[in-house]
Design a protein around this ligand. Structure first.
Ligand code: ZN
Length: 135
């Protein structure tokens, strides 16, 4: 499977979970992404994953990812990449060892793909809205 189809398949699986699919970017987060640019968001995603998920032992595991604030946090919940427990459950990445660079890359790619799709949905909705107001 290509990298794209792996991400595609995973996002499809996640969309079947009521809990995971309940997460969406808020308007202020979309504005933040527009403001900062995707490159910066990508860098933030790497920073968060390296700091909060990569270590073999995380003291507050399960509670390290806020439910609001940064768009990457929301994407982590939506993609099952919020803590090592969820990583094990959703992505078969076992707890108790440091994440490899490959695993970090995979997690970040999944998060960024989810964000991209959310941004697209958002833009589509805005377009629809502006079309109706022009009627
Ligand atoms: Zn979790």
């Amino acid at each position: 499977m290509s990298k794209e189809s792996i991400l595609d398949y995973k996002l499809m699986e996640l969309s079947r979970s009521k809990f995971r699919s309940s997460f969406h970017l808020r308007k202020y987060m979309v504005e933040y992404i527009h403001d900062k640019g995707m490159k910066t968001i990508l860098q933030h995603a790497y920073d968060f994953i390296n700091e909060r998920l990569k270590p073999a032992y995380i003291e507050n595991d399960g509670k390290q990812t806020p439910m609001r604030g940064h768009p990457v946090f929301i994407a982590q919940h939506a993609t099952g990449c919020c803590c090592r427990g969820c990583l094990e459950k959703w992505h078969k990445i076992p707890k108790g060892g440091e994440l490899t660079q490959n695993e970090v890359n995979y997690i970040v790619a999944l998060i960024m793909e989810w964000i991209k799709r959310e941004m697209k949905d958002c833009d589509d909705t805005n377009e629809k809205n502006s079309n109706t107001s022009n009627d």
